[in-house]
Ligand binder design. Sequence first.
Ligand code: 6PG
Length: 256
Amino acid sequence: MAGMVTGDREVFVFSDDKQMVKSAVERWLVMASEAIAREGRFTIALSGGKTPVGFYRELACCNQGIAWEKIHIFLADERFVPFDDEASNYRMIKENLLDSVAVPAENIHPISTQETSPDLSAKSYEAHLRDFFKLRLGERPTFYLIMLGIGEDGHTASLFPDTVSWTEKDRLVVAVRSKKLSSERISLSLPVINSAKNIIFLVSGKRKARIIKAILEENNESVPAALVRPKQGTTMFLLDADAGRDISPQDKRFSL
Ligand code: 6PG
């Protein structure tokens, strides 16, 4: 594994996906106990996609000693489909993680998709966040950890480059529409993501190598994932060797 620091970003490249998952679980466990010691709870938002499936399964296996009653699980984004739909992020996270751990039902905070439109789902999740985090007007929730993936086009959560979703400044949760997507989406907004204490990007596969290089080495700021940089928090990129293959360790902006 190679570790590099880029400004306030930490980048770790692992020999394979398995090592990446192992490290993500270790970091998750450390953050959980740190958050519970400091704040009495661990608030996390999880993403969909294929990459985190192995992580959720591994976490489901090694969950002894975790104070699940103090862990609150939110979603970073969701498809506007019923929970039993193949494309539902909640379904995927439930089947791979939640069904296997002792997290109380009231600590699970899915994005409801029973509303009549994604806009109403977004409003309802925003109201839920305001209530849970006891936010006053203008305040944003501070998740202890948000776990994200990256698409080849530089999207993260469901903030896609060809939509206005990632330019949102005020709302906490946004509805997302794009002709390229098979379903409408609901996503935490960029300001909420950037209010987190910790961000972990999990990225694997050679198809992601180009966008990873663009974000980390070419200062590409034209895609949503590149703008994830919490001012008060840490941003960690956990990459497998394929996703990290184009990053140059010799690059002066990285120090080993
Ligand atoms: C989702 C996501 C999305 C995902 C990326 C990467 O619900 O699909 O939250 O942002 O993380 O598209 O997806 P893969 O892991 O499948 O490459």
